[in-house]
Design a protein around this ligand. Structure first.
Ligand SMILES: CC(C)(COP(=O)(O)OP(=O)(O)OC[C@H]1O[C@@H](n2cnc3c(N)ncnc32)[C@H](O)[C@@H]1OP(=O)(O)O)[C@@H](O)C(=O)NCCC(=O)NCCS
Length: 185
């Protein structure tokens, strides 16, 4: 879907081919790609262009990805949804210079709110490689629960890695929404 979302510090908007240079710069970093299943390392400009060319604004919500723009900076990451055999899955990454400022919590909150507000979905899946404590912390804040473990291929590492599988139900999403947000409805 062609949609943009504003948060206090960020704009989530559709990916553009013009994002390729920044995407390539930020993803060509093992500290980022080593935490992701589907991103190779090294990561080239051609990889970014190939990925960005797959973007189509007419896709359903369950296949919508957002670039994350920080005001005064430009694109600094990505958050979005894709389909796999278990259903709709949330994924995200943030460029390393911007870690530990609460930015991905802000982006994930906005994306998840948008997803449940614009679909009838009863749940969305996600998960983390077992060592990714920061990402698991974000998911727990949103209401994701651990539902099991699996082995997932990590392209950047070139091996299967133990993955903590998580799920956010619509009920848990509602229960974990900040109180101030509820009172404005
Ligand atoms: C994981 C990632 C998205 C975090 O982004 P971020 O903007 O730094 O995250 P935030 O600052 O919003 O929140 C991180 C949370 O993890 C916590 N955290 C950070 N390091 C931690 C650690 N080692 N152990 C436990 N909690 C940790 C922080 O305290 C924070 O929680 P809080 O808000 O309750 O204090 C970012 O580091 C990243 O993109 N990494 C590479 C790609 C990736 O891992 N993607 C997710 C794949 S599942």
């Amino acid at each position: 879907m062609d949609v943009s979302i504003r948060t206090p510090r960020l704009t989530l908007r559709q990916p553009l081919l013009d994002d390729a240079a920044r995407v390539a710069r930020f993803l060509d970093n093992f500290a980022v790609s080593g935490n992701l299943a589907r991103v190779p390392y090294p990561y080239r400009l051609s990889d970014a262009k190939a990925w960005l060319r797959t973007w189509r604004p007419d896709r359903p919500a369950s296949e919508t990805a957002f670039m994350i723009d920080l005001e005064g900076e430009g694109a600094i990451g990505n958050v979005g949804f894709h389909r796999d055999i278990e259903g709709t899955v949330l994924g995200y990454w943030l460029a390393q210079p911007f870690w530990n400022r609460g930015l991905m919590s802000e982006a994930v909150r906005a994306a998840v709110d948008w997803y449940f507000e614009n679909t009838a979905a009863m749940s969305v899946g996600s998960g983390v490689f077992h060592f990714n404590k920061a990402s698991l912390a974000i998911q727990k804040k949103m209401g994701f629960a651990e539902i099991g473990t699996s082995m997932r291929l990590c392209l950047a590492r070139g091996e299967e890695v133990r993955h903590i599988d998580t799920e956010l139900t619509r009920a848990a999403w509602l229960a974990h929404r900040p109180v101030a947000q509820e009172s404005t409805k």
